[in-house]
Write a protein that binds this ligand. Structure first.
Ligand code: FES
Length: 70
């Protein structure tokens, strides 16, 4: 059973589910996630959490690039 969604990005009111949906839709870097929904583009304190979600998705599916830029 999957964990219930929790807030990842307070600045943009985005949950783990929101971030996972953007990864499923094709985001492969924190920058790509930010361009899609704004996560990590204000105070930046959630970028490490976004990287952790990307890393978890990579463990499941592969091909995730954790570069901050690009
Ligand atoms: S908490 Fe995500 S940009 Fe501030």
């Amino acid at each position: 059973m999957k964990d219930p969604p929790v807030y990842v990005c307070i600045c943009h009111a985005l949950t783990t589910t929101d971030i996972e949906d953007h990864i499923t839709a094709g985001a492969r870097t924190p920058l790509q996630v930010g361009k899609r929904c704004g996560a990590g583009t204000d105070c930046g304190s959630c970028v490490k959490k976004i990287c952790a979600i990307l890393r978890a998705a990579d463990d499941e599916a592969g091909n995730i690039d954790l570069k901050i830029a690009g």
